[in-house]
Design a protein around this ligand. Structure first.
Ligand code: CA
Length: 230
């Protein structure tokens, strides 16, 4: 299994004009997003429930069920950011008045570039995506191989396990004892200094690939946490 700490976001495009959906999809993919297109309104909520996209581009006029009703359906179970797309600029005022819970509105015709910029802005604002300056750490658990910004980190098994635990929950502070429990399941006696020295080496290896940035932070008197600097 590959554990990707900053896995790419999936954008759901709900748009009945298939050519337009495809165009948006191409632009978003070129910007590093994954995409999925749905061309009618009825199946959207079910798909969102099952696949949990990072953001939804939702056309207002759709066959089956219109964008307003789809938006209400989604808001009943999810806070996934929604950008409503409408063909009429005067429609936006009315939509705002309805307080559907959409995060932004785009009016057709639009440039795909503008849509990509809005998608990124909404993801940043809603905290759904890390800043693009975040280092990307990927971990391949089957092979005990880790990379940072696509460059291999030559970690020992213990260093790999430490990184693997820490990146699973960014910002969470782990005590030395918790880290030891994860690494040494045979309950052997190791002292706090053991973890400190492994962390020190792990930081050094990450620093060789991503210099001048702290990814693994010491929390004084408590332990360690993984938190990419922005
Ligand atoms: Ca439409």
């Amino acid at each position: 299994m590959t554990n990707n700490a900053t896995s790419s976001s999936t954008i759901l495009i709900v748009e009945d004009e298939e050519k337009l959906a495809l165009l948006l999809s191409d632009y978003l993919q070129n910007s590093g997003f994954q995409t999925h297109c749905i061309h009618e309104g009825v199946s959207v909520a079910t798909w969102v429930k099952a696949n949990k996209p990072s953001l939804i581009l939702l056309d207002l006029m759709l066959p089956g069920k219109d964008g307003m009703d789809v938006c209400k359906d989604i808001r009943a179970f999810s806070n996934t950011p929604i950008i409503m797309v409408t063909a009429r600029v005067e429609e936006i005022d009315r939509l705002l008045g309805l307080e559907l819970g959409a995060d932004d509105y785009i009016c057709k015709p639009f440039s795909p570039r503008e849509v990509v910029a809005r998608v990124k802005a909404v993801l940043r604002r809603t905290g759904a995506t890390p800043s693009s300056t975040d280092p990307m750490i990927t971990l391949d658990e089957a092979r005990y191989q880790a990379t940072a910004n696509n460059q291999p980190l030559n970690l020992t098994a213990v260093e790999f396990q430490l990184l693997n635990i820490l990146v699973t929950d960014p910002g969470r502070i782990y005590s030395r004892e918790q880290l030891m429990d994860h690494i040494y399941n045979d309950h052997r006696i190791v002292n706090d200094r053991t973890i400190d020295s492994h962390i020190k080496k792990l930081r050094k290896r990450i620093g060789e690939v991503i210099p001048n940035t702290t990814i693994i932070h010491s929390v004084y008197g408590v332990g360690y946490k993984y938190e990419p600097e922005i």
